[in-house]
Design a protein around this ligand. Structure first.
Ligand code: CP
Ligand code: NVA
Length: 305
């Protein structure tokens, strides 16, 4: 049984095949519609946190592939509270053909996968956001026609999105640099894995504190919110620490002239990114958001068809 919990569980070749499948499914959809390869399949979507992109793109993706999806909101099943994570996994396995879960603790997606007899997809945990990283890679590939040798710079909080991106870039032959304030670096597990993969593939991995240093010569500039879901009580400290890490026009000038700007969204305009940059000619944030749909369809086909 294959799950999609962590990019590290998939080889670089498998991930490249998934991106090619995503490109194919996007083209197929745009030229009249996808074949109903998931007919009769239902995806159960557990959300412990809010969502726009993940929730809609998974449901729409399932429907475009001939299947269906069901939203289970934060107040409904009380994952690990009203009922144990293991029992939720066992019960849902009798009703639906796949589970997509957005959780707080990464351990909860692992536990769902351990006890489910159906594939489980990580739709964001505190540690990782692998589906986002696949849409990000697809967007970079579409913009440059390749991934090999490109330089990706992440500026801001070393969070779940940054952690998955660090691993994904190494798996797709890209150099990665990340600038974070002290205390907000990538978590050790992501750092070690990214370092291992980069070393293996002869790639550069730079973890620095100055945004200018990370962004110098970059082909891709990426940022995310300074306050992730569940960290709201830390808002003031985070905003203060990350103020110098705003992606604005001045910072962008240090990147390559044809560099693209990415953000997983939701954006907090005027905080981690300015309007000028988010809506500027180098921004690909809405194409990137759309690619969540196409990249996830490939994951769904691979796991459920
Ligand atoms: N990027 C992302 O996962 O968006 P949502 O939180 O809206 O799903
Ligand atoms: N880092 C953000 C990503 C949102 C898609 C969060 O976890 O809230």
């Amino acid at each position: 049984m294959r799950h999609f919990l962590d990019l590290a569980d998939w080889t670089s070749t498998e991930l490249r095949d998934l991106i090619q499948l995503a490109v194919h499914l996007k083209r197929e959809w745009q030229s009249g519609g996808n074949r109903p390869v998931l007919q009769g399949k239902i995806l159960g979507m557990i959300f412990q946190k809010p969502s726009l992109r993940t929730r809609i793109s998974f449901e729409v993706g399932m429907k475009q592939l001939g299947g269906d999806a069901m939203m289970i909101g934060p107040t409904e099943i009380g994952l690990g509270q009203r009922e144990s994570v293991a029992d939720v996994a066992r019960v849902m396995s009798g009703y639906v053909q796949g589970i997509m879960a957005r959780v707080f603790a990464h351990a909860h997606v692992l536990e769902l996968a351990q006890y489910a007899s159906i594939p489980v997809i990580n739709g964001l945990s505190d540690a990782q956001h692998p589906c986002q990283a696949m849409a990000d890679i697809m967007t970079i590939y579409e913009n440059f026609g390749r991934t090999e040798g490109l330089r990706v710079a992440f500026v801001g909080d070393g969070n779940n999105v940054a952690a998955s991106l660090a691993v994904a870039t190494a798996q797709f032959g890209m150099h990665f640099s990340i600038a974070t304030p002290e205390g907000y670096e990538l978590p050790p597990a992501a750092r070690e894995l990214a370092a291992h993969l980069s070393g293996e593939n002869g790639l550069q991995l730079d973890m620095v504190t100055h945004p200018e240093q990370a962004i110098e010569g970059a082909d891709v500039i990426y940022t995310d919110t300074w306050v992730s879901m569940g960290q709201e009580t830390e808002s003031a400290a985070r905003e203060a620490a990350m103020l110098p890490y705003q992606v604005n026009a001045k910072l962008l000038r240090r990147a390559q002239k044809d560099a693209i700007v990415m953000h997983c969204l939701p954006a907090h305009r005027g905080h981690e990114i300015t309007d000028e940059v988010a809506d500027g000619p180098q921004s690909v944030i809405f194409a990137q958001a759309e690619n969540r749909l196409h990249a996830q369809k490939a994951i769904l086909v691979k796991l459920l068809a």
